[in-house]
Design a protein around this ligand. Structure first.
Ligand code: SAM
Length: 257
């Protein structure tokens, strides 16, 4: 670990026992979730389709570091490296000590900061020399009050250069950062198509700074979309069966039986 900052305990709770270093990532994650569900935010690490989709949202050759918030056991870190982000450009901010130890073992050469991502400016003070080009977050934003999420986004925009993007995934059905921002924070929001192959399906949102008020319409609700798609598939199957029956019946008539 090339930099270390003590995290500020947000809810005062402490792990009851240290995580074993030789546990599988899933087991490690489940244990972390059992110890502190609000911080872990999920019961399993992101699947590779989601991790890859998140990594696709950054430009690996853009100037400036790329910050990953809440790397956990590192599936998104792995995908960012596979996307071509140089190790020296990647900075991971993780709150959980045992994950930091694991990340340092898995990704030598990548800067790991143990600290609180919601105090981003303070946590990254003296760590990065240039403005980051992107911040990729797996933080469980929905477990935090809206004000904290907005403050995080504001800090992210303050840190990043003009074209910087804040990339966030959610299991929720709408933007995890409120879209009716109503104050000085002008944001352009892009919602990507759901990643159906992740369990549960996840959606990626990209937030960029805007210079005035913008409009954003939420994409249809994921559950509605799943229901609509499966109804459509069921109807297509029924139609095909009906067509096949009709063909069989007309063949039967044609053969004089
Ligand atoms: C939903 S998990 C995502 C882990 C991993 N990126 C993945 O996709 O599987 C959330 C991660 O954020 C970390 N985390 C939660 N609150 C944090 C905070 N305030 N500062 C830094 N990391 C935090 C948790 O320890 C956990 O590793």
């Amino acid at each position: 670990m090339s930099a270390q900052k003590s995290p500020v305990a947000r809810n005062g709770s402490r792990p009851r026992f240290p995580l074993d270093v030789d546990l599988g990532d899933e087991a490690r994650f489940i244990r972390s979730w059992l110890e502190n569900p609000k911080i872990a935010g999920a019961i399993a690490p992101s699947g590779r389709f989601l991790a890859r989709a998140l990594a696709q949202c950054v430009n690996p050759v853009a100037r400036g570091p790329i910050i990953e918030l809440g790397p956990g056991t590192g599936p998104v870190t792995q995908a960012l490296l596979a996307r071509g982000v140089p190790r020296a450009k990647l900075v991971l901010v993780e709150y959980e000590k045992s994950f930091c130890t694991l990340l340092a073992k898995k990704f030598p050469g990548v800067k790991i900061v143990r600290g609180d991502a919601y105090r981003l400016a303070e946590t990254l003070k003296g760590v990065i020399g240039e403005k980051p080009s992107a911040i990729v977050s797996s933080l469980p934003l929905l477990t935090m009050p809206e004000d904290d999420r907005l403050t995080l986004l504001q800090q992210a925009f303050d840190l990043m250069g003009e074209g910087g993007r804040f990339v966030q995934f959610t299991y929720g059905v709408k933007s995890p950062v409120p879209t009716d921002l109503g104050h000085n924070l002008h944001v352009r929001i892009q919602a990507l198509a759901p990643i159906w192959l992740n369990l549960p399906p996840a959606r990626i949102y990209i937030y960029r700074r805007a210079h005035g008020p913008t409009q954003f319409r939420e994409p249809p609700d994921v559950i509605d979309m799943i229901l609509r798609r499966s109804r459509q598939a069921a109807q297509e199957i029924r139609d095909e069966i009906a067509e096949a029956r009709a063909r069989i019946a007309s063949n039967g008539r044609g053969s004089g039986r």
